[in-house]
Design a protein around this ligand. Structure first.
Ligand code: APR
Length: 236
């Protein structure tokens, strides 16, 4: 079904997974990666968002990530983030599986959030991890080593524990709502298809068609806030 008159009522479902991408935060002012104004149109990720670039010039990579921290720190969760957080209060089981690193789901109040691609607000060095909201973050440590952004860069493996938790939620859900992802980056892009195999109702929210749109029962061609507003229209 494509953008029909009747949109299901989210309250009819018990185990919901919201699978989100950069489009979820677009209305908060956080740039997406591709399409108009996309980050990868301004910056070559091979020079700013991969381990080789970091090894070659950690200060340059930190300049880029501090630029992104400054951008995101000025943004607020949008009404769509808020509706997803309210669903977690109103429905028995709600999980957010996000590709986003901006932390806006958590700031909106969502508690069960699996960050497939890490977080702009977390750093790591060896086995040490640190959550820091410093803007800018001083990347060099006192011992001379560098903190590394705890973000899954191109060529990095996703964390096994995050994948496992995400797959468990996706394989058990009765509704998967994909919001604001171009579905071109793997392995994340294939995760929603596990829900289809498990028999869940599949909804895609995106103004544009994506390569996996045909896997969805319903494609709502609009923005995250507008379409979530329709889906969650009866939430008290
Ligand atoms: N509401 C919903 N969707 C939107 C909105 C909006 N207001 N604005 C844009 N979109 C859609 C675009 O049509 C596009 O399909 O959001 C999608 C954003 O796609 P990308 O910029 O490719 O972001 P994403 O799919 O999250 O990228 C996946 O790629 O670079 C890596 O690690 C990075 O996590 C990221 C991954």
């Amino acid at each position: 079904m494509r953008d029909p008159d009747t949109v299901p009522d989210i309250r009819d479902f018990r185990r919901v997974v919201f699978f989100t991408g950069a489009g979820m935060s677009a209305e908060s002012g956080v740039p997406t990666y591709r399409g108009q104004g996309g980050i990868w149109k301004q910056y070559d990720y091979a020079s700013y968002a991969c381990q080789d670039a970091f090894d070659a010039d950690p200060a340059k990579v930190w300049d880029f990530h501090n630029y992104r921290r400054k951008l995101v720190a000025a943004c607020e969760p949008n009404a769509g983030h808020g509706l997803i957080a309210r669903c977690e209060e109103a429905l028995p089981h709600v999980t957010v599986v996000t590709q986003n690193i901006d932390g806006l789901h958590q700031r909106a109040g969502s508690r069960t959030v699996h960050e497939l691609h890490g977080s702009l607000w977390r750093v790591r060095c060896g086995d040490e991890r640190l959550l820091s909201f410093d803007v800018p973050f001083e990347g060099r440590r006192a011992d001379g080593r560098w903190w590394r952004p705890d973000i899954v860069w191109f060529g990095d493996a996703l964390r096994a524990d995050v994948i496992q938790a995400s797959v468990e939620a996706i394989e058990r859900c009765d509704l998967l709502v994909s919001i604001g992802t171009s579905a071109v980056v793997y392995p994340a892009a294939q995760l929603p298809l596990l829900a289809r195999r498990a028999g869940a109702t599949m909804i895609e929210i995106n103004p544009d068609e994506t390569p996996v749109s045909d896997a969805y029962d319903l494609c709502l061609r609009g923005t995250a806030t507008d379409m979530l507003g329709r889906l969650c229209r009866n939430l008290d």
